[in-house]
Design a protein around this ligand. Structure first.
Ligand SMILES: O=C(O)c1ccccc1N[C@@H]1O[C@H](COP(=O)(O)O)[C@@H](O)[C@H]1O
Length: 242
């Protein structure tokens, strides 16, 4: 059986690595240099980095140069997201050398463009399904963007390679992942799912590892690592022996 992939997160706001609660602007806790954070996760054995330009996601500017600097400094795979919504922002993101990008708002607001870039770039494109209940959210998670399962069916029919599923209600809260949501999404698609939101303990990671046979491929871990609930080395060990 495959091992659950772990993607430590570095979310960048105003040049700093931050964590938010429920993705709400203004709830930031700062953790210093994004490059230092990313290099620390790499040194600890991460195979992936989940790197988010929060200013681009919120529409409050961007950290494009810094995000490029971090991505170029990594020897590991990078999943890049935040504000990738048109040809120019996609070209800039892919040119960083990231392994894949994660599209959020664009999948809700410009579906024709997303279908086109899925066809052009295959598995370098993932779609982030950021939900409250079963309602998708875009534009920094401030605007409703339709029904989760209708959108998932549409993206599946267009050949989307992978989904990053975030329960906004759990994100940054250390309250545990939404296992029911993940099971329901896995039942609705044959494509791999990366879980995001709520991880608080090694037991949460073991529970997510138990969903690998259903289609959960990986888990994004943010607050729990920054709050030192466990180390990345411990997390990697826990999923390797799950
Ligand atoms: O990761 C967050 O905490 C977050 C909070 C609020 C908005 C977005 C967030 N992250 C990721 O950003 C992209 C969406 O960006 P866009 O809509 O494509 O511009 C998505 O991966 C979110 O999970």
């Amino acid at each position: 059986m495959s091992t659950l992939e772990l993607l430590p997160a570095v979310d960048v706001r105003d040049g700093q690595a931050v964590r938010l609660v429920h993705g709400e602007s203004g709830t930031e806790t700062s953790y210093g240099s994004p490059l230092e954070a990313a290099l620390a996760w790499q040194r600890s054995g991460a195979a992936w980095l989940h790197l988010v330009d929060l200013d681009a996601a919120f529409g409050t500017g961007d950290n494009r140069a810094l995000v490029r600097e971090v991505t170029e400094a990594m020897d590991i795979k990078v999943e890049l997201s935040g504000g990738i919504r048109d040809d120019a922002s996609l070209a800039a993101a892919l040119a960083t050398g990231c392994t894949r990008v994660n599209l959020g708002t664009a999948a809700l607001e410009t579906p024709e463009w997303v279908a086109k870039v899925i066809a052009e770039h295959g598995d370098r494109i993932a779609v982030g399904l950021d939900v409250r209940g079963t309602t998708l959210k875009g534009r920094g998670w401030t605007r409703d963007g339709g029904d989760l399962y209708e959108t998932l069916a549409r993206l599946d029919s267009e050949g989307c390679a992978r989904y990053v599923v975030t329960d906004i209600g759990r994100d940054g809260t250390l309250t545990g992942p939404n296992l029911e949501l993940l099971k329901n999404v896995c039942a609705a698609t044959d494509k791999p799912v990366v879980a995001s939101g709520g991880v608080s303990s090694l037991d949460d990671l073991r529970a997510l590892a138990g969903l690998v046979p259903l289609g959960v491929e990986g888990a994004i871990v943010g607050k729990a690592l920054y709050a030192k609930a466990f180390t990345l080395e411990e997390a990697l060990q826990a999923v390797a022996s799950a």
